[in-house]
Design a protein around this ligand. Structure first.
Ligand code: GDP
Ligand code: GDP
Length: 453
């Protein structure tokens, strides 16, 4: 018997990122990626690998240019031809651009086909994709899976969506039982914690990393930016794997001193992109400054879990006042999130570093956490009962239910009526209550409101 390799076809209007996704899954730079919509490309097929899933992938990019506004003619024929042999369709939308009539067209047409569909909201990295992601629930193709084909984000969620569809089609020897949520959590928790330590020059990053690693891999000194090249370092902390990125080396290449600041910002961005959890190191002698807040804000906007560590604690004076002052400045400066974990550490003596790594693992747990819909709605009903939404013009805004749309970071969507009129203060109440009562301490929560159809 010839083992059947499942076939997955990528569908969507031009420029949503089909080719980029194809490349990502095939792992080679096979396809031409272009910013111009409808650049002619042949239908391409390749062997895709997604963790332990192997399947045939077909990209329909290039089939659209004949009839960009409708699904007629050659495009329909070609797309249909691609679909005939396929087991699953990946319907891709551009989360940044939001839904277009053409997306709705594709969705309507796909719903009429007898086939499994996974809806992918691409370009969902950062915050700009949130509204398109939530909008795409409307397509009636199930919960969208947010991904970033370009940055390789969301692939674990794509895996989770594809696996139950492909598993029954896999040859028996490759069959693996359905992964429960606990197993998935265990698998993710076993992956190395991707940690970045950022901060202004001289905050003590290199010294702290040296102490953590307990070896002289990095060169430190009183001068800013003399560490070696940017490297990812794998090590273990109490039997758990940690992957640390150090990009300070990039700064060293800067010959011109004036460029230091700029390069350092780019380094920070690079490290943040890589990380799940970011430790922002402050120099206790300087406290929290505007530049630190900007970095913290960027980390949160990029959807990473944040920890703030007050470094050089060994040299700090009036410790209790200092700590309280920074705590207050943090809560005021980062209005979108209350209670970012704050720790006192010394990279020089090693004080507090164990607690810091422990906090980093905990932050990742909250950041990755998925709460079941029924537990979530139990909290939701209570929160609304204790403090009902306002009634502008005498008509109460009705909030009906909530669901978790994403993890890493957690994102939620609330469906209701007249949600446009909900004041920002009420939304903040919900987010804070969710954080405190459901337990997302120090984690940035994204919340979207959608009018129920
Ligand atoms: P296709 O026409 O659907 O095959 O789209 P392409 O793969 O050619 O991508 C169209 C454009 O979107 C290109 O400029 C890509 O670089 C960009 N793109 C693709 N994936 C992503 C993503 O995940 N995030 C962002 N921001 N851009 C992306
Ligand atoms: P980086 O630029 O952030 O990598 O900072 P470095 O690790 O090179 O440290 C800058 C300066 O701060 C050096 O003179 C270090 O000796 C000093 N330093 C770093 N960590 C500590 C600490 O925990 N306590 C004290 N007292 N000094 C520190």
């Amino acid at each position: 018997m010839v083992p059947h390799v499942p076939t997955v076809v990528i569908i969507g209007r031009p420029n949503v990122g089909k080719s980029t996704l194809f490349n990502r899954l095939v792992g080679k730079r096979l396809a031409l990626v272009d910013d111009t919509p409808g650049v002619t490309r042949d239908r391409r097929e390749g062997d895709a690998t997604l963790f332990d899933l192997k399947f045939r992938i077909v990209d329909t990019a290039g089939l659209e240019e004949e009839a960009p506004d409708s699904l007629s003619g050659r495009m329909r024929q070609q797309t249909e031809a691609a679909l005939i042999d396929a087991d699953v369709a990946l319907m891709v939308i551009d989360a940044r651009a939001g839904l277009t009539p053409q997306d709705r067209h594709f969705a309507r047409w796909l719903r009429a086909q007898d086939m499994e569909v996974v809806l992918l909201a691409n370009k969902a990295e950062g915050k700009a994709g949130d509204s398109g992601l939530f909008e795409s629930f409307e397509l009636g193709l199930g919960d969208p899976v947010p991904i970033s084909a370009e940055h390789g984000e969301g692939l674990a969620d794509l895996y989770d969506a594809l696996r139950p569809l492909l598993d029954p089609l896999m040859p028996p020897e490759e069959e693996i039982g359905d992964e429960t949520e606990e197993e998935r959590d265990a698998r993710l928790a076993a992956e190395p914690l991707k940690l970045a330590i950022v901060g202004r020059p001289n905050a003590g990053k290199s010294t702290l990393i040296n102490t953590l690693l307990n070896e002289d891999r990095l060169v430190t000194g009183p001068e800013a930016g003399i560490t070696r090249d940017s490297i990812a370092i794998d090590w273990e902390w109490q039997g758990r794997r940690v992957r640390l990125i150090d990009t300070a080396g990039l700064r060293r290449r800067a010959k011109v001193v004036e460029k230091l600041e700029k390069l350092s910002a780019a380094d920070t961005k690079h490290a943040v992109d890589f990380a799940e959890v970011v430790v922002l190191l402050l120099d206790a002698k300087l406290g929290l400054e505007a530049q630190d807040l900007r970095i913290a804000d960027m980390v949160l906007q990029e959807g990473r879990a944040l920890i703030v560590a007050l470094n050089k604690w060994d040299a700090a004076e009036d410790q209790s006042r200092l700590f309280q002052g920074v705590r207050k400045a943090l809560d005021e400066g980062l209005a979108q999130i209350k209670g970012v974990p704050l720790l006192a550490v010394s990279g020089l003596t090693g004080k507090g570093l164990d607690l810091m790594i422990k906090a980093a693992f905990e932050a990742r747990e909250g950041w990755s956490r998925r709460v079941g819909t029924s537990a979530l709605n139990r909290w939701f009903e209570g929160a609304i009962e204790r403090n009902p939404p306002p009634a502008p013009g005498g008509k109460r805004i009705k909030l009906r239910y909530i669901t978790q749309a994403n993890t890493r970071p957690p994102a939620f969507v609330i469906f209701g009526n007249r949600v446009d009129e909900l004041p920002e203060s009420y939304r903040r109440y919900l987010v804070n209550s969710l954080r405190e009562e459901v337990g997302f301490d120090g984690v940035m929560i994204r919340l979207n409101l959608r009018a129920r159809k």
